[in-house]
Design a protein around this ligand. Structure first.
Ligand code: GDP
Ligand code: K
Ligand code: MG
Length: 297
């Protein structure tokens, strides 16, 4: 592959729910990372590859940095923090609608040890008055020297192109890491499983969203225009299995219908989605289960 005038890796770091995955999808123009209003939606690092004639930026979306309460939580926070050593630039994303909190302070302390340029990105500006931004910016600027500060709306797209252009210019000349048409490092199988999990997150509450993993067992082309996708939703307790299946199977059907549409968009084909629900007690704290479900250290 050729080289580019600008190429490199940019980590997107921040607390849960600040809009990291929304930003990644906005920049790439496709849903490669699932999004929801639940904390800990993103569990794995996800690379989104942005390529133009002169530039290739590999964005790394990361799990929100939080206080972990399980082995899975440890894995997530470690994978987020470990990207800091692997990138050319860091985006520290915060939420314009919230004051700087303890969680941000924890991240700031980590970022103080980072040598690469850090961009402070204040997201969700569509929800605040412009006059309120200054105080937020100041509260972070007092703590860290940022290369630049960007107020954006990842949801609406405001100021995202400008941020990407600035990041690109920041990167040195170098090799192109991925082909022009590749937009993520994860295979369709992974994204299909995530799209099922996204729908589970949207229809469940409290502990259930956090207790769910999804494994895609099989993707099989049935004929020219039909793809069979078989997936297992794993939960931690029998009661959760009951919730996910619902009365007369209603809940599972809802999840399946919605996820099927998303997977059809991903694959560009008609999809038959078959879902099973399985209990694997306490999987979030078991090393072998974590590995089996794709959360490898
Ligand atoms: P992450 O946990 O940091 O990856 O956050 P997500 O991308 O999953 O988004 C968390 C929630 O914030 C979702 O409900 C998004 O729709 C919402 N969100 C993200 N960006 C924006 C934004 O720019 N404006 C508004 N109003 N909501 C946003
Ligand atoms: K989220
Ligand atoms: Mg996310």
């Amino acid at each position: 592959m050729e080289s580019k005038a600008h190429s490199g890796f940019v980590a997107i770091i921040g607390r849960p729910n600040v809009g990291k995955s929304t930003f990644l999808n906005q920049v790439i123009g496709e849903k490669i990372a699932i999004m929801s209003d639940k904390a800990q939606t993103t569990r794995n690092k996800i690379q989104g590859i942005y390529t133009t004639a002169t530039t290739q930026i590999v964005f790394i979306d990361t799990p929100g940095i939080h206080k972990p309460h399980s082995r899975l939580g440890d894995f997530m926070v470690q994978s987020a923090l470990s990207t800091l050593n692997e990138v050319d630039c860091v985006i520290f994303m915060v939420n314009a609608t919230e004051k700087k909190g303890k969680g941000d302070q924890f991240i700031i302390e980590r970022l103080k040890q980072v040598k690469q340029p850090i961009f402070l990105v204040i997201n969700k500006i569509d929800q605040v008055h412009p006059d309120d931004l200054l105080a937020i910016v100041d509260s972070y600027r007092n703590e860290l020297a940022f290369k630049e500060v960007f107020p954006i709306s990842a949801l609406k797209g405001n100021n995202c192109e400008e941020l990407v252009a600035t990041l690109g210019k920041q990167l040195p000349a170098g090799p192109q890491f991925y082909p022009d048409d590749q937009i993520t490092d994860h295979p369709e199988r992974f994204i299909a499983g995530e799209l099922v999990r996204e729908q589970v997150l949207k229809v469940t509450r409290e502990e259930v969203p956090h207790s769910v993993a999804v494994i895609v067992d099989r993707i099989h082309r049935e004929d020219e225009e039909k793809v069979l996708v078989q997936a297992t939703i794993i939960v931690e307790r029998g009661s959760q299995k009951g919730i996910l299946i619902g009365k007369g199977g209603k809940m599972l059907k809802l999840i399946g219908t919605r996820a099927r549409k998303e997977i059809e968009h991903l694959l560009g084909d008609r999809v038959y989605l078959e879902l099973w629900v399985k209990v694997q007690e306490n999987w979030r704290d078991k090393k072998a289960d974590l590995q089996a479900f794709g959360y490898k250290q």
